[in-house]
Design a protein around this ligand. Structure first.
Ligand code: C5P
Length: 296
């Protein structure tokens, strides 16, 4: 029997880089928000572990985060049965929308249910963090604060729905390059952290670093602002730039005027509440199995 999960993308509504750590990673304080753009994963019982990919051109080999997540899970729980996993890719790759990480988290959720492992979300969270810095967020969805490398997740109550325009440039941004560009640049203007108890500053500290590598990203943010967005931000390390609009109609008008300019694709989306996310991203319930119960 085929079982399906949706793996939703995120934007970073804000992203503060607090410093560089001895392990080479950067200490972050970021606000993740699920958006209504998703990949799909289909799971079937099988005696071998295999992956096939449709949609974008990405490798379906051991480097794919879905298989890395599956391996990390069976390392944690002991030898597991196989699974045939089919991934339908719709989230652009190298886009700062967390597509690969969302797929990895969906693999953990799906295999936990398929294999009846019964791991809680917190237990899956530690496996997720070993796969990538932002994989753990995609086990919770909605709106959440990420600290540490981004792997320490504090789920937050939903904010009012927002209409967004996403601009996809015709190139991706390799995350390590953007962090390297940040390390060789002057620090952002102080104060680097908001006063205790106040809302964190609304900015993305990777923006300047990414825009040094790709100056056209700054022009894209300016074009969103000119079309009425407030704010207009880079998501994660890019390359996607997003703008927040006052209504869905305004977002559609802006997307129509920006789509196709300089090879950039524009799309309208909206933020997704944790409840909406849960309905579409959490596993099926298996009779008698404790896994889905543990995930409530
Ligand atoms: O953990 P993940 O594989 O997603 O990280 C990709 C790269 O992004 C890391 O190798 C590192 O260069 C950079 N990174 C970082 N600090 C973070 C997260 C990622 O420097 N908090």
């Amino acid at each position: 029997m085929n079982r399906a999960l949706e793996a939703f993308a995120k934007v970073n509504r804000s992203l503060l880089v607090l410093g560089k750590r001895p392990d080479g990673f950067h200490e972050l304080d970021t606000l993740f928000q699920t958006i209504d753009l998703s990949d799909e994963l289909l799971f079937e019982e099988d005696d071998r572990l295999t992956l096939s990919v449709a949609g974008e051109e990405i490798p379906a080999d051991g480097t794919n985060l879905v298989l890395r997540a599956a391996r990390a899970l069976s390392e944690r729980t002991g030898p597991a049965p196989g699974a045939r996993i089919r991934l339908v890719k719709r989230i652009p790759v190298g886009a700062g929308l967390g597509g690969g990480s969302a797929d990895a988290a969906a693999a953990l959720l799906g295999l936990n249910a398929l294999w009846g492992l019964g791991l809680t979300r917190e237990e899956l969270g530690s496996v997720a963090a070993s796969v990538g810095s932002d994989v753990a967020f995609f086990l919770f969805g909605g709106r959440a604060r990420g600290t540490g490398r981004g792997e320490r997740i504090e789920p937050l109550p939903d904010a009012p729905d927002e209409s967004l325009v996403l601009l996809f440039p015709p190139f991706g941004m390799p995350t390590p390059d953007v962090y390297r560009s940040l390390d060789t640049s002057p620090l952002p203007v102080p104060p680097r952290r908001g006063p205790a108890g106040k809302a964190p500053p609304d900015r993305n500290d990777l923006e300047a670093a990414a825009e040094r590598l790709r100056p056209e990203l700054a022009a894209l943010r300016a074009s969103l602002r000119a079309a009425g967005a407030s704010p207009a931000r880079l998501s994660g390390s890019g390359s996607t730039v997003f703008g927040v609009f006052g209504s869905r109609e305004e977002a559609h008008r802006a997307a129509e005027s920006l789509d196709g300019r300089g090879g950039v694709r524009a799309a309208v989306t909206r933020t997704l509440s944790r409840a909406d996310w849960s309905r579409r991203a959490l596993p099926w319930r298996t009779e008698g199995a404790s896994a889905p119960e543990a995930l409530r």
